[in-house]
Design a protein around this ligand. Structure first.
Ligand SMILES: [Fe+2]
Length: 368
């Protein structure tokens, strides 16, 4: 008989670079939605459900390492693991499947030219959510936390950093914010862009507000468009955290909670915000809140110098009317459950909700 492995253990194995074959047995359509980086794929789902081995019969996997089978919720993958165990392989089924994997994360240190500050990108690999732990002189701040609060606390503790601030770039629509739980867990101050949406206490940041972290400074730069309160944060002269306003290869969508006229108005506002960002120093590293694809356990930060972003963005910004048309004509489908996620983020708590139920599915915050 085969065994099971939980998502956190598989996460650790991939993080440590331990030899393991991850074998995705879902359908082609499910695989196309999202997958575990580096995994192999054999479309055996329907066959296994019917009691047949299907394409798994002749599928060869390396014999010198364990194999972890993966489906949506961890049931059919158990059948696959049993089959492989019957062939003498050390096979395990991923408990909870991709639904449980939704919470898996990894980290990458951002390479910066300023030795007085360190930035660790904490990546929710499946959904592509990017958050940041910024540290200087023993103090730390977290921007846009999207995985469990104890992940940030433990990372900071390991380095001897004290988390003083938790910041958000905007009210998120694709994941449940862990900002309030993290502030409560660590005693940090919760700093949000000034706004009237959330219903819990926070310290409001206006345009050009400055926060001191150790010997470093985060400067708020109001960049509305994706949402009205969207704010970017410039770190010293080295980086800018752009939230869902600007990605390395696309811009934020302006249409959530907006009718077509409002979406156009927001797109015009986004144009102004992007123009403001595009004239920042070309050496600044753009550090967004999302990546388009699942994030590999490669230790390489998702980022781009402003000069590289400006290379494609300048064409987008050559005409405001063309920009608006371009953005509103390329909108992806709205994120699943975004209305409920926004409501919970405005309330600041999600008691009784399993985050993996609400947050399932691919990230759809960008227009590229
Ligand atoms: Fe967003």
């Amino acid at each position: 008989m085969s065994q099971v492995i939980d998502a956190d253990t598989l996460r650790s194995w991939l993080d440590e670079g331990r030899p393991v074959t991850v074998l995705d047995i879902r359908t082609d359509e499910e695989r196309a939605q999202w997958s575990i980086p580096g995994s192999l794929h054999v479309n055996a789902y329907q066959a296994l459900r019917s009691g047949e081995p299907g394409l798994l019969t002749n599928f060869s996997v390396p014999l010198d390492r364990p194999v972890v089978t993966v489906c949506n919720t961890g049931r059919v993958s158990q059948t696959a693991a049993d089959l492989l165990a019957g062939r003498g392989l050390e096979a395990r089924s991923l408990a909870g499947g991709m639904k449980a994997w939704s919470l898996a994360w990894n980290v990458a240190e951002v390479t910066l030219p300023d030795p007085s500050v360190r930035v660790i990108q904490v990546r929710r690999t499946g959904k592509g959510c990017l958050s940041y732990l910024i540290a200087s002189n023993g103090e730390a701040a977290v921007i846009d936390p999207s995985v469990s609060a104890d992940v940030y606390r433990d990372l900071a503790n390991r380095h001897g950093w004290h988390i003083r601030y938790v910041l958000e770039t905007h009210v998120h629509a694709d994941h449940l914010s862990r900002a309030r739980p993290l502030a409560e867990l660590t005693g940090a101050r919760l700093l949000l862009p000034s706004e009237t949406r959330v219903t819990f206490p926070f310290t409001a940041l206006v345009d050009r507000a400055r926060i001191t972290v150790g010997t470093s400074t985060l400067a708020a730069c109001r960049t509305p468009g994706h949402t009205d309160e969207s704010t970017s944060y410039v770190l010293n002269d080295v980086a800018v955290f752009t939230g869902d306003t600007l990605f390395t290869n696309g811009v934020g969508r302006p249409d959530l909670h907006a009718d077509p006229d409002v979406a156009r108005e927001r797109a015009r506002t986004l144009f102004e915000s992007l123009t403001r960002l595009s004239v920042l120093r070309p050496e600044l590293l753009v550090l967004p809140a999302h990546a388009g694809d699942p994030i590999a356990f490669d230790g390489r930060a998702v980022s781009a110098p402003m000069s590289a972003v400006a290379a494609w963005l300048s064409e987008w910004l050559s005409s405001k009317s063309a920009f608006v048309e371009r953005v509103v004509s390329r909108l992806p489908p709205t994120p699943p459950n975004f209305t409920q996620i926004v409501e919970l983020n405005e309330a600041g708590r999600f008691p009784g909700h399993d985050p993996t139920d609400l947050e399932a599915g691919a990230n759809r915050c960008a227009v590229a």
